[in-house]
Design a protein. Sequence first.
Length: 382
Amino acid sequence: MTTARIAIVGAGLSGLYAACLLEQAGFHDYVIIEARETPGGRIASVSALGERVSDLSATTALSDQFDLGPTWFWPSFQHQLQRLVDELGLGCFEQFETGHMMVERSHNDAATRVRGYANSPPSMRLLGGMGTLIAALQRKLDAARIFTGQAVRRLRRGDSHVELDGEDENGHVSTWRVEHVLLAVPPRLAATTIEFSPGLPPELIRQWRATATWMAPHAKYLAVYDTPFWREQGLSGEARSAAGPLGEIHDASLPGSSAALFGFFGVPASVRMKVPDDVLYAHCRAQLLRLFGPRAATPKAEMIKDWAQDPYTATAADLDAAASHGEAPATAATAGPWRDRLTGIASEWSPQFPGYVAGSIEAASLGVVALQQLVGRGDSAR
């Protein structure tokens, strides 16, 4: 059994940022327990060759990485995230939206070209993709404190501690004994996949189960090209379609790097699961051909990431869920054995930006501040 003062469950953005905040506050006795084989959570990247980037922290050339998870942020009102981006020395750029957009109104109507529009405030992207944020935070931390490939399945409340059981892919169980737990996994996922003993308050569990997990119903298709040829036609790369399979398409190109288009599937997750991958890819290429011409039909690489089929993101309740940002649930029990021992810090617990990248930063910050105040109360918190 491993002991530590604090356990962070989840090594996505909120978990890694919480660890950095703990370090800054002088708390070094913590562990991060991650179910996936590598940190990052819902921030995932693919190279221009269509290969998954498995270890962002070891990647020095991140100029050619494309996002399979969240892509944008808005510095004009997400100030805390922008300060972090600046502190880490990361570059950003505006989402390309110059030119006309394409619209497919039905299966029977040909795609039409319409005047595009620019978002205000502009959507911003990180140079090298969102993975640069994960890589920069991970480099600040001691790798020995991060345990990957360990899905936390059970939390048991003891007299003065909490025990966590993590299982690897072979079913081998590892146990950690800590004083406090920061849950950096989505509320619904925690409520569905973790056994709490004794149980959490019924109202808290109800709230967590009812909180939609951002990205969970989504799937993304990415097509990589040598050049953004659609710009030569005066097109922004943006499209909307009622014919599908992609309902919304955007330019995913990176400055000075490969060009790309990506789209969100408009087909429900329960339907996508029944369609073979090669058929999905063929339909996506056919749609890009309709919208952007023959050159769009032959990408040099392509990738589909279906988050609804990711067991560390989605649950059965997410398969037909609406893709929306909901209200943040309660982060902790206010009474009973779990009071002052367990706090939710994933993006969905953010009061201002639940589900967004900025929400991970806000929720982690609030959770660490609450923990500092709790520990500061002396022996009653131990």
